[in-house]
Design a protein around this ligand. Structure first.
Ligand code: 13P
Length: 260
């Protein structure tokens, strides 16, 4: 995987304010003058994936992500979407274990484990989301929670390989709330994730895995957050829902010092 700073927009179950077509056109225009060293990811709803991947096919700096995937490879599972389908729709990767899936939709670590493997089987990258709840942080269990999520996702079969993994640290209490951990807290957790990955896959492999931060990232805080040591990118929800709000985040990376 490249060493570029990665900014991933996760539209969740929303369509951007200006519509998908206009949002993508704006990104396409921005990419023409794009600085080197930045990759942009788009986590679009299923119905939009083919269009989005069609718009950016061949552009190596833009990659398209599904927001979830089935644990099954195929068959009679009404409503499920397989990794093979995501691949057919042009996805390069998939968000796996997002906190809304874990905490709102009841997804467990066993499912996260299976999903990582389905994504890997199709040669796509998983953006594995980990993060603690507010109660866990207040009880001093944040590091334990994140270690356990990483450990269970990795399993005992050698994991999915560093080429197929990005980790996104998203504290649950920061998602959609406007509350952002201190830069020191983010740095310490990124450090913790790095150390844990080293234990799981060895130092060399772990060094290749990008670690993103997500949770209330916006145009006002992206520059400072992006300079936190060890951060390789952002996972952005609300501020990706209009290109006007997403742009300052991209530009903050552009303005120097970020990801260095
Ligand atoms: P917000 O940026 O809206 O806090 O959402 C973060 C997120 O969940 C991205 O996946």
């Amino acid at each position: 995987m490249s060493t570029d700073f990665m900014v991933v927009g996760n539209w969740k179950m929303n369509i951007p304010e200006e519509g998908v077509v206009e949002w993508c056109r704006s990104l396409g225009v921005w990419c023409e003058g794009r600085p080197r060293g930045l990759e942009v990811g788009i986590g679009a709803p299923y119905g939009e994936l083919s269009f989005v991947s069609g718009e950016f096919g061949g552009r190596e700096e833009v990659f398209v992500l599904g927001q979830d995937v089935s644990v099954w490879r195929g068959g009679s599972y009404t409503g499920e979407v397989s990794a093979k389908m995501l691949k057919l729709w042009g996805c390069d990767g998939v968000l796996v274990g997002h906190s809304e899936r874990r905490h709102v939709l009841g997804e467990g670590d066993e499912q996260v484990y299976e999903k990582l493997r389905r994504v890997r089987e199709e040669g796509m990258v998983s953006v594995l989301c980990v993060g603690e709840t507010l109660e866990e942080r207040e009880r001093g269990e944040a590091y334990g929670r994140v270690s356990s999520q990483l450990h269970r996702a990795w399993g005992h079969d050698g994991g999915v390989g560093s080429d197929f993994l990005v980790v996104a640290y998203e504290p649950v209490w920061s998602i959609g709330t406007g509350r952002v951990p201190s830069e020191e807290d983010v740095r310490e957790m990124i450090d913790h994730v790095e150390t844990h990955l080293e234990v799981l896959m060895g130092e060399e492999e772990a060094g290749k895995v990008k670690i993103l931060y997500g949770g209330s990232v916006n145009g006002g805080n992206a520059f400072d957050l992006g300079r936190v040591e060890g951060i390789d990118g952002f996972l952005v929800g609300g501020a990706s829902l209009s290109f006007e709000k997403f742009l300052p985040i991209l530009e903050s990376v552009n303005s120097g010092g970020v990801g260095e």
